[in-house]
Design a protein around this ligand. Structure first.
Ligand code: SF4
Length: 473
């Protein structure tokens, strides 16, 4: 998973882009990449800027002084394809008939290895293990072959299997592209003076437009970048190149709304906060929890815990405090880093725990790293019983679309047995573990046929037989 943000046709472009990218820090915390343009040159020079770290540490005021222009885009990286190193950071660059083009995206391409071989045979050299570079060079190759960028992007979308929400930037214009199934979120908005703002999540647009003239009073109209269009930003206008031949079928990633996106975002047209409250209420109706207090694993389960509390009538209390400078454990690039971050992340409130029957709500159990630590912590602080409620059904299948759900999945290692998962996370016989059922989850989704939940059901929205694991570099 990664995050992208950018803006067009505004004099404050690099600064606005940085603010938007900062709001997407939860989507990637390993690398930051950025570029801007004034129509004649990319900035910084040489472009793009790529650096390790968090947005505000990487895009320092000194770096920002070297960026200017009316158009900018940025990327935060979380490694799902390729290791955590500079060459795998985005944006990537390729040469087109109209000069250099920079591209950054969020998502994973399933048939990346085959496309890489195809492009290598055409003479392209790859400097990374990252699928973003494959998309970049595929579009460049097709543009050189077909003669225009829209035809090239259309042809590329037909060849790319998987998920991507991307920004393609030339010196004088940009294109916003998204996979047909709209697996990753992607939204945009326009100001009355013609500025355009685009990002992975609406929370970035909230901040990018907050003080913008003409938008601060009335708010803004949120739009999706559709998978059935290519948005071109050129000459001060927004042009939508529609592709009516494409299927209206979608496969929005349900894990975005369960865990990944911020609760104050709207993704795939729905409020994440309200969706998580519905999940919590559905959990309470399924599990009939008994206990003294409902508590959330902060922050991503707070809304679901409110839903459980509201539905069950059991008081919500704070029993765990989260250190906000540790970042997200799930998107740490390897297990030792995840273990260490999980240890530093939570601190319990002894008084709220000792002698209590606690109904603990979390969004998901993927590898079990965090949950083992939390259960041990509650036990050490004298919790008399834990009822663990999980809003995501059992994760028993790999994700090939950009979420790091592969390898040591606790539900797979337990062969789908809730009893064995209970033991694996340190719960005892008198404790309770309940995962929301798949029908329970589906009852909370407005239009289930258009959502991906392959990691739960094993039913994939695309071919996955073409997947080849990338070699480590
Ligand atoms: Fe999201 Fe799971 Fe589908 Fe991956 S497999 S896109 S995590 S719902």
């Amino acid at each position: 998973m990664c995050g992208i943000a950018g803006c067009y046709n505004t004099p404050y472009a690099p600064g606005i882009m940085r603010d938007g990218l900062f709001m997407l820090q939860h989507r990637g915390q390993e690398w930051v990449g950025a570029v801007s343009s004034d129509g004649n040159n990319f900035y910084p020079d040489p472009a793009p800027f790529r650096a390790q770290g968090l947005v505000m540490q990487a895009l320092t005021n000194g770096t920002m002084h070297g960026m200017m222009g009316f158009m900018a885009m940025g990327h935060v990286r979380y490694s799902t394809q390729g290791s955590s190193e500079l060459n795998n950071a985005q944006p990537h660059m390729a040469v087109t008939p109209e000069g250099p083009m920079l591209f950054c995206s969020n998502g994973d391409i399933v048939n990346c290895a085959q496309l890489r071989r195809q492009l290598t045979a055409q003479g392209y050299t790859f400097y990374s293990q990252n699928d973003g570079e494959v998309i970049t060079k595929l579009i460049a190759w097709l543009w050189n072959t077909l003669g225009n960028p829209v035809a090239a992007i259309r042809a590329a979308k037909k060849q790319l299997i998987g998920s991507f929400s991307g920004i393609m930037m030339l010196k004088d214009r940009a294109f916003l592209v998204r996979d047909h199934l709209e697996m990753r979120p992607y939204c945009l908005t326009q100001s009355p003076d013609g500025a355009v703002f685009f990002a992975s999540e609406s929370v970035a647009l909230d901040i990018m437009t907050a003080d913008y003239p003409g938008l601060d009073q009335d708010g803004y109209a949120l739009q999706e970048v559709s998978g059935s269009e290519i948005v071109e930003l050129w000459g001060g206008t927004l042009i939508r190149h529609l592709d009516p031949a494409l299927s209206p079928k979608r496969a929005h990633c349900v894990f975005e709304s369960i865990y990944f996106s911020r609760p104050d975002s709207r993704v795939f047209g729905i409020s994440v906060k309200r969706f998580r409250r519905r999940l919590g209420a559905a959990l309470a109706r399924e599990a009939y929890p008994v206990g003294d207090v409902v508590a959330a694993v902060p922050d991503s389960a707070v809304e679901a815990a409110l839903g459980v509390s509201h539905e069950s009538g059991i008081e919500l209390d704070t029993v765990l405090f989260r250190h906000h400078y540790t970042g997200r454990t799930f998107i740490e690039p390897d297990q030792p880093k995840r273990d260490y971050a999980a240890k530093l992340k939570f601190n319990p409130d002894d008084e709220s725990i000792r002698g209590k029957r606690i109904i603990l709500v979390d969004d998901s159990i993927v590898r079990g790293t965090t949950m083992r630590k939390l259960v041990g912590m509650l036990k050490r602080h004298g919790c008399s019983q834990i009822t663990l409620l999980i809003t995501c059904p059992l994760i028993q299948h790999s994700c090939y679309y950009g979420v790091d759900i592969k390898g040591h999945l606790v539900a797979v290692e337990a062969e789908g047995s809730v009893e064995r998962i209970k033991q694996a996370v340190g719960l005892e016989t008198h404790d309770v573990l309940h995962f929301l059922s798949l029908p329970g989850l589906e009852s909370c989704i407005p239009d289930p046929d258009n959502w991906c939940r392959a990691c739960l059901s094993g039913v994939y929205p695309t071919d996955i037989t073409c997947y080849e694991a990338p070699s480590a570099k």
